[in-house]
Ligand binder design. Structure first.
Ligand SMILES: [Zn+2]
Length: 338
């Protein structure tokens, strides 16, 4: 019997399937399957932003090729279930998925001769590679357009020198904030693991994701490096779907760098990053808010957002993470009962 290659640690289903596919005598999947015009991507972006959901090839239950694979390679369902469990955290929708770590790509390429994609890159609250501790890049290639996405993303990074340079530049700039954001990401990881024992990990993730959503509103954009808004998913740098639409949706198509900054600001109002630590980073961007008071007063000027934020946060309160853990100043206009 032909033995299919084992997935590498944290490898995504679609990445592994393409590897297996390339070992088949007659490949099941073809890289020609998706060859949509760029216009279609924009169209899909618009549909996606309005709540349409697209099948996720990284999930066993949604991958259209899985049955053919099982037959062709004699793979059992329990074998697959064990290696490719459901996502454990809120994910970037497939139509916007494109994050990658160039070092991880290179290492897997050196190890087995083909780059692989990782599950952690799909997670909204993980803008940095947990293995290398560096910010993820946004590929110029979209996951949804290619069955061989991993190969395409890897090649596009290496082939286009300007793109590679830009990616490296983004990663190199803002080193202090990147490392504080990494600490915040690690703290969230630890908290999520602890919370999973009492069944509260989803609440913890959503609580932080909600804070990140509110840190992405235009009132905070002056605190972000400009490049965080370049290559925003889709045709429009910021869709302007109204307060609710933007609040819920923009994080999905945002760049990794924007999510990194949203996490950084969230960690400041959570008290995970102290004002002393944040103050020291001002030379990386003078206008960024660096303490809880500054952030809350910006929110305080926007009652619509503030109301939305509190009503959402209350939905996700758990004993592990809730409003009482936060130092919310009195100036806040909205009255909420903690
Ligand atoms: Zn990495």
């Amino acid at each position: 019997m032909y033995a299919v290659p084992e997935p590498l640690a944290d490898e995504t289903l679609s990445s592994w399937m393409w590897r297996v596919n390339s070992t088949a005598h007659i490949p099941i999947m073809s890289y020609m399957r998706f060859s949509s015009l760029e216009g279609e991507i924009i169209e899909r972006d618009k549909i996606g932003l309005r709540g349409e959901r697209f099948a996720d090839r990284d999930l066993l239950t949604e991958n259209g090729f899985i049955e053919t694979f099982k037959k062709e390679f004699n793979i059992s369902q329990p074998w697959l279930n064990k290696r490719f469990p459901e996502f454990s955290q809120p994910t970037i929708p497939t139509q916007f998925r494109r994050a990658f770590c160039s070092q991880c790509f290179i290492e897997s390429f050196q190890k087995i001769g083909i780059p692989v994609s990782k599950v952690q890159w799909c997670y909204l609250t993980k803008p940095l590679c947990e293995f290398h501790g560096t910010p993820l890049h946004d590929s110029s290639i979209f996951f949804i357009d290619h069955d061989d996405y991993t190969i395409q993303a890897f090649v596009s990074y290496w082939d286009d020198h300007q793109f590679k340079e830009d990616c490296d530049l983004i990663r190199g700039a803002g080193a202090m904030r990147n490392s504080l954001a990494l600490k915040a990401q690690q703290q969230l990881d630890k908290l999520t693991k602890r919370a999973s024992k009492s069944g509260h990990s989803f609440g913890v993730q959503m609580f932080v994701l909600t804070l990140m959503r509110s840190m992405m509103i235009p009132a905070f954009h002056h605190g972000y490096p400009k490049i965080a808004f370049a290559h925003w998913g889709g045709s429009d740098p910021y869709a302007g779907l109204g307060i609710h639409g933007d609040f819920y949706n923009e994080i999905y198509r945002s760049t990794c760098l924007a999510r990194l900054y949203a996490l950084y600001f969230s960690a400041i109002i959570l008290g995970w990053i102290t004002s002393e630590q944040a103050f020291k980073t001002l030379r990386e961007g003078y206008f960024s808010p660096w303490n809880t008071h500054m952030i809350w007063s910006i929110l305080d000027d926007r009652p619509g957002i503030l109301r939305l934020l509190f009503s959402e946060l209350k939905l996700y309160e758990t004993p592990c993470l809730n409003l009482t853990h936060m130092n919310i100043p009195k100036l806040t206009r909205i009255i909420y009962d903690v």
